[in-house]
Design a protein around this ligand. Structure first.
Ligand code: ACM
Ligand code: ZN
Length: 572
């Protein structure tokens, strides 16, 4: 080798070395991207490090640390006993806000600080994403078990970071629901909106009204695709016992997630009407719906029995769900699309007419909206008197909405904009950006059959919740949520495919300040994300990579995953 070649080789090697030892911030693949991150030189070896925590940690925070320690032990194969002479310390810092945390990773020790459960949970999730993805696998794995040296101070942009699930159109078991909560935890979401009642199935045990689940939880078949006259002939249903719902509440609470249950009223009630026909305007008979769409039959607003029923159901719900908010639905009460020629029951029901008259509601097309306001206000008053607040779909804003209600904007952003300008709190779930039942590709024939729409990953990511909100009203936007309706989603694989990675994009809308969002950076982190989801055994869509459809199972083939997990250089 001549002298010049040697010099060139020397410099090439030196440059390579420098590149390896100087971590590049762009190689930091945590989603949602923490607020402040500095990547420093060096690494911390986690295998065999002692995991310790301050006495001041509450029991759930200590339990979260315990789960992290167990994960480390099972993945690295070494107990967290400090045999390697290193420590990961979880400390209590009252100066940090409840969802804030800091992490200092130095070659000798890791120091995590937070003041409450959510902060500790998010610190742990950030640490997990900085480790090799095999940490999510729950079994011993060969990997380079080090954390990059970093300094992180992190907190969310919005306090309400929700994900919704519809277990009514298709039913999800407790185990499947826990998996949903697991992936929500990984991406730092903190509200689980559980839509528990529908025309096609009532899903929660209510002891005072056993027929709700004996009758209302079961339908005689399901429509095939959108062939409205069809029925697959397969009896379908299921429900959660009160103990099971409490189990979900506790599981979520341990992960910093509040469960917000929804009792959708006065519409979307055909399953309840089938069980108790006297609650409807016509008296029935009704049949738990076997098709999708908007039903004509709703609760009768003129029947006092209906309010007793609602208060009884809400009383049992409040015993199960400690959440400050109860979602009371309120969507799609009128104009049912299945029977376009039939009048809305509230327009012709003598009991509803008498109630309108007693309330001084003038006749006309708006009358039923004011009657809905009355129903909403009665339920709101009842819940407020028990220290709870209501959230309702944006239809509750039509007419006169009582003070203190929170509006969930789903028919686009207008409901949220109007609510905030009138001084109501709002949660943004606009269908054009955050309805995860929409297709992810324009090549629909390659995707599983769906409801319609087109919502690719980049469009989700690009949503900005303050767009259109007048200056000074931003504080009324509590946060952001995506909704996952399941008319056309019948299996857990399909559910996860629709959820992921769009929920990861959602997490950056919810967590990151607007100026910290960057689709190119997010996109560059997706390989790492996919490896994490693979290790969790989750399905996800690769439509954003041009691989359309759910047919590829497992999500990536075993060799691809193995190669990724065995990767030596993580670019730290
Ligand atoms: C809704 O999507 N009907 C709230
Ligand atoms: Zn009526």
């Amino acid at each position: 080798m001549n002298f010049m070649k040697r010099i060139l080789l020397f410099w090439a090697a030196a440059l390579l070395l420098a590149a390896c030892s100087k971590p590049q911030p762009q190689a930091f693949h945590v989603i949602p991207m923490p607020d402040q991150v500095t990547v420093n030189e060096g690494v911390f070896p986690v295998a065999g490090a002692l995991v310790s925590y301050d006495d001041q940690l509450d029991s759930l925070s200590a339990k979260a640390v315990g789960r992290f320690c167990e994960l480390l032990q099972s993945a690295t194969g070494k107990p967290c006993n400090g045999k390697n002479g290193k420590t990961i310390r979880f400390g209590f810092n009252p100066n940090l806000a409840a969802e804030q945390y800091s992490i200092e990773v130095r070659p000798e020790e890791v120091e995590v600080e937070a003041s409450a459960l959510n902060g500790f949970v998010y610190a742990i999730e950030t640490l997990k994403q900085m480790l090799p993805p095999a940490i999510y696998g729950g079994k011993p794995a060969k990997a380079d078990w080090v954390l990059p040296c970093v300094s992180i101070l992190d907190q969310p942009r919005f306090s309400y970071r929700g994900m919704h699930l519809d277990p009514c159109r298709h039913f999800w078991t407790i185990e499947e629901t826990k998996r949903y909560l697991d992936v929500m935890t990984a991406y730092k979401l903190n509200r689980f909106h559980w839509h528990l009642t529908e025309d096609q199935g009532w899903r929660m045990e209510i002891k005072k009204y056993p027929r709700l689940t004996e009758v209302g939880a079961w339908r005689n078949g399901t429509v095939i695709k959108k062939e409205w006259g069809s029925n697959d002939g397969i009896r379908y249903g299921g429900f959660y016992t009160q103990d099971q719902m409490k189990e979900i509440v506790a599981y979520a609470a341990e992960r910093g997630i509040t469960v917000i249950p929804e009792l959708d009223l006065p519409g979307h009630m055909v399953a309840a009407l089938t069980a108790y026909p006297e609650l409807g305007c016509t008296g029935g008979p009704y049949e738990v719906w076997t098709r999708w769409g908007v039903a004509k039959d709703i609760l009768c607003a003129g029947n006092e029995q209906v309010y007793t029923f609602l208060e009884d159901v809400l009383t049992e719900m409040m015993e199960i769900f400690p959440s400050e908010y109860i979602h009371i639905g309120g969507d799609e009460c009128f104009g049912g699309d299945a029977e376009p020629d039939r009048p809305d029951p509230w327009d012709i029901c003598p009991k509803c007419a008498a109630r309108m008259k007693a309330l001084g509601i003038k006749k006309g097309p708006q009358a039923k909206h004011y009657l809905q306001n009355y129903v909403t206000a009665r339920v709101q008053e009842f819940l407020n008197s028990h220290g709870r607040k209501i959230i309702g779909w944006d239809e509750i804003l039509e007419g006169d909405l009582a003070e203190g209600a929170t509006v969930m904007s789903w028919r686009g952003v207008q409901g949220g904009i109007a609510a905030a300008s009138k001084g109501f709190d709002a949660i943004m779930t606009p269908n054009g950006f955050l309805y995860f039942d929409y297709y992810q590709s324009q090549e629909r024939d390659k995707e599983p059959f769906g409801i319609g729409g087109y919502l690719p990953l980049e469009k989700v990511y690009g949503y900005e919740p303050f767009d259109g909100i007048s200056a000074g009203a931003e504080d009324h936007i509590l946060g952001v949520q995506a909704n996952l309706w399941t008319e056309y989603i019948a299996t857990p694989e399909h559910l996860e495919y629709m959820l992921l990675p769009r929920m990861c994009a959602l997490s950056e809308i919810q967590w990151c300040e607007a100026e910290k969002k960057d689709f190119a950076r997010f996109d560059a982190s997706l390989d790492h994300t996919f490896a994490i989801l693979d290790a969790m055994g989750m399905q996800y869509s690769l439509d954003c990579r041009g691989k359309i459809g759910l047919e590829r199972q497992p999500a990536r083939n075993a060799e691809e995953l193995e190669a990724y997990l065995a990767k030596k250089d993580w670019g730290w």
